[in-house]
Design a protein around this ligand. Structure first.
Ligand code: NAP
Length: 279
């Protein structure tokens, strides 16, 4: 069973999903990518995260093929480029994403990172999409606490459903301020690159030692760690069937106090404010 987290309005969504960055870039790999995403869905990884940026629309096309015929079982997340975050830009970008995804509705539409358009303009554009039924929820990505504070001051800014940010054992600065801030707003954090993107963090001795105790892999421990607080959504990406099976099974792992202490020893929690880390 994949656990769930609650959005600010109380709706439950899966706490573990699938990323798609790097998919849809090479035509010959689409079949394997679709097979991996489908295998994940069969194991309950029905939240799929994509963006207009990934593969220049290619990842959204791969997701569109993956969900054809099973759209209603998926919680679909996509993102708009900051340079498209104007009134007309958001509407045009969303229409293009919907077309590539082969659907009439994105469940959660995020501003990929903060750009030059005023937040008020982007929020109003998101709200218009929501009223028209093209998106169910909207949120942001790569926003630090000061950006979030500015966001919730905008008219309808507090409707924001999530903030998607970098989070893995070597990038845990958000524990100091951003995570508690989001928790106080009942807003789940969405942890991107929970495996560290490059795989470097997966060579951690502490993760290997905890993994051995659980009969698991370091990747599974990294995923279980990223979603351990019950309010964080983790979105590892995998195009490899064996990895997808492992990643889904990570939802069953319960880390003990001593596991967490061992990880803290090697990957220190923040003791002061750190600027938001991003890829
Ligand atoms: P990630 O999920 O941390 O790591 C992906 C890498 O880990 C791939 O090379 C993958 O290879 C490998 N992997 C997956 N499962 C594994 C396992 N069980 N054992 C060993 N290796 C495994 O990196 P990410 O793609 O950067 O982040 C995840 C998702 O977050 C992205 O795909 C994207 O949807 C989102 N994201 C958002 C932002 C943003 O700015 N909002 C930025 C970065 C990422 P295989 O494919 O071969 O399994």
């Amino acid at each position: 069973m994949i656990p769930t987290v609650r959005l600010p309005d109380g709706t439950s969504i899966p706490a573990l999903g699938q990323g798609t960055w790097g998919m849809g870039e090479r035509h010959g790999e689409a079949k394997a990518e679709i097979a991996a995403l489908r295998a994940g869905m069969e194991r309950g990884l029905t939240l799929i995260d994509t963006a207009e940026m990934y593969g220049d629309g290619g990842a959204e096309r791969v997701v569109g093929e993956t969900i054809a015929g099973v759209r209603e079982h998926v919680f679909l997340v996509s993102k708009v480029y900051p340079h498209n975050a104007s009134t007309s830009g958001v509407a045009t970008a969303c229409a293009a994403s919907l077309k590539r995804l082969g659907t009439d509705r994105i469940d959660l539409y995020l501003l990929h990172w903060r750009g030059g358009y005023p937040l008020a303009e982007t929020v109003a554009a998101f709200e218009r999409l929501r009223e028209a039924g093209h998106i169910r929820y909207w949120g942001v990505s790569n926003f630090d606490v000061d950006d979030m504070e500015e966001l919730v001051e905008q008219s309808a800014g507090s409707v924001c459903a999530t903030n998607q940010v970098l989070y893995h054992p070597d990038a845990r600065g958000i524990e100091f301020d951003l995570m508690p801030w989001c928790r106080a707003q009942n807003m789940p954090v969405m942890a991107y690159s929970p495996l560290g993107h490059t795989g470097r963090v997966l060579r951690s001795r502490a993760l290997a030692s905890v993994a051995e105790r659980h009969g698991a892999t370091p990747a599974q421990i990294a995923i279980a760690w990223s979603m351990r607080d019950g309010t964080t959504i983790s979105i590892p990406k995998s195009s490899t069937l064996a990895h997808v099976a492992q990643n889904a099974a990570a939802a069953e792992i319960r880390l003990t106090e001593s596991d967490l202490r061992e990880i803290d020893e090697a990957h220190k929690p923040p003791r002061r404010k750190q600027p938001l880390d991003m890829l």
